[in-house]
Design a protein around this ligand. Structure first.
Ligand SMILES: [Zn+2]
Length: 505
């Protein structure tokens, strides 16, 4: 028997991007052996066990001679089990189990179980998008996501046996799952369920309208989390491009995708305060996994109990907040991941959480001060809105009246965003400093108020920009198209309490 070879297309993930890989199988005379070369990581190398077991279980046999699989290009590290199917098909092409023409212009993606089942892997959308082949075969549960790439004829199967039967034309390709198979989508909670909370409700409306980062302080049980969770429901639905980009991140991070595969509503991510830098910002050992800030791309990142996060981890937020992306250094080149999110922080007024009520708080002056200072000045500065949330009053809680529903608020938010779009920006938080004088253009009394606040020292130069952007959003929400008025500035200042004011409350 002379050596037989075959080559099959597939792809691997790096960061959130797919890279094409050629799987070359070589079956030669010699003692039984199975080697995979071409920079596979440990999980990828274990394909030997999975492929062999899957082929044997499916009754497809396995070559009892010398088998070598080369993964090209050899300088690209191959992570995980996504090449399993391509390896199995390459072997079966080489030994004649599947006909050559059946794999023409076709790529294969998927991990094999020992029993021959075909499993989805992370990053299907990016993996498929990287392929030049006209046709792609993926696990059945990943079919909807694979179709989002939009350029390929997508075939799917639940097992290796099904793939081989279809390639041999013994059986038709299985149908892709229908919407009924994938279950209902997730509901976004509605503002109508929030009673009272006038200030809190207003703050999240302004935050959504202008894309302003928001810090909520107040004792536990005042509804800070309740409010933050309703923010995604006020934001505009994602555009097609935003939806695809967010889906690529979620898929690469291994998050569950909604029915149909496309993430079309702004995501809401709420990592625990124990989160590591890798979990929050991205990275990890070996390959690069998107962090929570990337999973929140085009949506909301909510950090509850913000003062409990490790300060150095929080400081990792500053660069992404500035650039809308995070760059993670790696031995073989850095990876850039998208991370443009609305940041909402929540914290108690002091370590014991009871805050300013006389006699109830047991915290010393010193421990209260230190608690707040856990957020660095530069990070605190990134919050355009810093508001105090009060406990809802008894009569508000007892009231049978429901609050204004999210849909009504979302409509005002959409109008404000449409005005921002006319300025050539996505939202007012992104007004470049150079444009502020023209876009905000405060009336004389409004200008006088800004000047006196600056002179009093309670507003920094950078803070001045932020207050003006918020004032513009307040005017836009009111439908005031022209110059920003004094009451807009006054309210913007009230919506940006200084740390001392927040501590004292
Ligand atoms: Zn206290």
């Amino acid at each position: 028997m002379s050596a037989r070879t075959a080559s099959i297309q597939s792809s691997v993930l790096f960061g959130i991007d797919g890279h094409p890989v050629r799987v070359e199988a070589h079956i030669a005379n010699g003692l039984p052996a199975f080697n995979i070369v071409g920079l596979p990581d440990a999980a990828c190398r274990e394909a030997r066990d999975r492929v062999k077991a899957a082929m044997t279980t499916a009754g497809l046999g396995f070559p009892d001679t010398r088998v070598t699989v080369n993964l090209a290009p050899s300088n690209l590290r191959k992570h995980g089990g996504g090449l399993d199917l391509a390896i199995a098909i390459a072997l079966m092409r080489a030994n004649g189990t599947v006909p050559e023409e059946s794999t023409e212009d076709t790529a294969f993606i998927g991990e094999l179980g020992l029993n021959g089942t075909l499993r989805r892997v992370d990053g299907i959308l990016s993996l498929v998008d990287a392929l030049s082949a006209r046709r792609v075969v993926v696990p059945r549960s990943a079919a909807a996501e694979a179709m989002l790439a939009g350029r390929h004829e997508v075939r799917c199967a639940s097992s290796l046996g099904e793939v081989v039967a279809a390639l041999r034309a013994d059986e038709p390709w299985p149908d892709p799952p229908t919407a009924d198979d994938v279950g209902p989508g997730e509901d976004v909670p509605d503002l109508a369920d929030v009673q009272g909370q006038g200030m809190g409700r207003y703050a999240i409306e302004v935050s959504a309208a202008g894309g302003h980062n928001l810090l909520l302080t107040g004792p536990p049980g005042t509804g800070k989390t309740l409010l933050a969770r309703r923010l995604p429901g006020l934001l505009p639905r994602l555009t097609q491009d935003e939806a695809l980009e967010t889906t690529r991140v979620h898929s690469a991070a291994g998050l569950r995708l909604p029915p149909g595969g496309l993430v079309s509503t702004p995501p809401f991510r709420a990592p625990h305060h124990g989160a590591s830098a890798a979990a929050l910002i991205g990275g990890g050992s070996g390959w690069v996994r998107p962090g929570e800030i990337s999973c929140a791309h085009n949506g909301v990142l909510f950090l509850d109990e913000m003062a409990e996060f490790t300060p150095s981890v929080l400081d990792g937020l500053r660069q992404p907040l500035e650039e809308g992306a995070v760059r993670i250094a790696r031995a073989h080149g850095s990876v850039r991941l998208p991370a443009r999110f609305l940041l909402v922080g929540a914290m108690n007024p002091c370590p014991c959480g009871k805050g300013g009520a006389p006699g109830s708080c047991r915290c010393s002056e010193w421990s209260r001060l230190r608690y707040f200072r856990r957020l660095s000045g530069p990070l605190l500065d990134r919050f355009d809105l810093r508001v105090q949330v009060e406990r809802a009053k008894a009569d508000e809680l007892m009231s049978a009246e429901t609050g204004e529903p999210s849909a009504a608020v979302a409509e005002r938010v959409a109008q404000a965003r449409a005005i921002a779009a006319e300025r050539g920006i996505r939202c007012n938080a992104e007004i470049p400093p150079a444009l502020i004088p023209r876009v905000v253009d405060p009336e004389p009394p409004a200008r006088a108020l800004l000047e006196s606040t600056l002179r009093s020292g309670s507003l920094s130069g950078r803070g001045l920009h932020r207050v003006q952007r918020v004032a513009r959003t307040l005017a836009d929400l009111e439908g005031v198209e022209g110059r920003v008025q004094e009451h807009h500035v006054s309210l913007a200042l009230q919506l940006r309490l200084e740390p001392e004011q927040l501590e004292a409350a």
